[in-house]
Design a protein around this ligand. Structure first.
Ligand code: HEC
Ligand code: HEC
Length: 269
């Protein structure tokens, strides 16, 4: 072999070797990056799941299945396929979720089905709109919800809640009437009363009748509960956000309904 040929051969070997090395590292880098973004996504879903359980499941259901009369299902084929068309949203579903959750919804788009009867639809969640969550937390929740798409339940048809027409005795009893207002108004979306509701955004109310006496020195339990409903910012329970409970119950509910609610909550000891 001439010296010239040998040089060409060596050159070819060198180029092939370099190419092979580059391809090898390039592929590896791709896998590494794919793995990194996968584990980042997994982390976002995990964080989002915890935030959803604490802040959203009381209304939208623990599996996103919704509650008729109160909240729409999110783990629902229709949500992933039709909903954006229905509301005329032209962006991505992720943006729709982030935007709706961040600024809340003052008026329900389906008052006949969810949070109707003049109830506030959904409070604002982003701290940019006075809510308790940071934008990155809301992004994690959106990632968690979007992850339902692959396994989304069939189009969810919610059953009418079994709220029988009140008997005459019930209608005469302010505690029963108050319990009904509590359920119909969606207080249970944020508050737990064992056996009745399971919301965890606000304090547990199983014993609110006794707890209320101890909240503000010199204030009766009755006045405290009344004030907490019509003016939630007046006294804020330690450890809870002061800006999540809707502020317009005094407009949405009649004085009689508020009085019945107070009587009902006072009876929980
Ligand atoms: C107090 C009850 C309540 C809580 C708590 C709540 N929501 Fe909602 N949410 C609603 C209601 C009511 C609607 C509006 C329904 C409508 O317009 O038809 C809604 C609408 C939505 C929508 C739009 C659904 C659609 O079909 O257009 C999304 C997404 C959503 N909520 C996510 C969340 C997330 C995430 C959280 C927790 C950070 C949360 N919600 C907490 C009551 C609630
Ligand atoms: C979107 C969530 C949300 C809804 C819906 C909601 N609350 Fe609240 N509620 C809270 C939070 C959070 C607090 C604690 C912060 C504070 O004291 O304002 C609270 C506090 C209270 C307190 C004071 C409890 C205590 O232990 O001192 C009462 C009473 C109360 N809510 C009653 C109601 C009633 C009645 C309704 C329905 C008409 C209702 N809430 C609906 C979130 C909610």
């Amino acid at each position: 072999m001439s010296r010239f040929n040998l040089e060409i051969l060596l050159g070819i070997i060198l180029v092939s070797l370099t190419t092979a090395i580059l391809v090898y590292y390039g592929l590896n880098e791709q896998t590494r990056m794919a793995q990194a973004s996968e584990s980042q996504q997994a982390r976002a879903i995990e964080v989002g799941a915890g935030l959803f359980e604490n802040n959203c499941s009381g209304c939208h259901g623990i599996k996103g299945e919704g509650i008729l009369g109160l909240c729409p299902p999110l783990n629902d084929a229709g949500f992933f396929t039709n909903r954006m068309k229905e509301v005329g949203w032209s962006g991505s579903l992720e943006d729709y979720i982030i935007s709706t959750v961040s600024s809340g919804r003052a008026v329900s788009t389906r008052p006949d089905q969810y949070a109707g009867q003049g109830n506030p639809a959904m409070p604002a969640w982003s701290d940019q709109y006075g809510g308790p969550l940071r934008p990155d937390q809301i992004e994690n929740i959106a990632t968690f919800i979007l992850n339902w798409e692959a396994t989304a339940l069939e189009e969810v048809v919610l059953e009418e809640l079994a709220t029988p027409t009140p008997s005459p005795e019930e209608a005469d009893d302010p505690v029963s009437r108050g319990r009904r207002v509590y359920l119909d108004t969606g207080c249970g979306g944020c508050h737990t009363i064992e056996g009745l509701s399971a919301g965890v955004v606000g304090p547990n109310q199983a014993k609110v009748g006794s707890v209320a006496e101890t909240r503000v020195p010199g204030m009766s339990a009755e006045d405290y509960i009344l004030e907490s409903i019509i003016n939630p910012g007046a006294y804020v329970v330690e450890g809870y956000p002061d800006n999540v409970m809707p502020r317009n119950y005094s407009e949405l509910l009649s004085n009689d309904q508020v009085a019945d609610l107070v009587t009902f909550l006072l009876s929980l000891k």
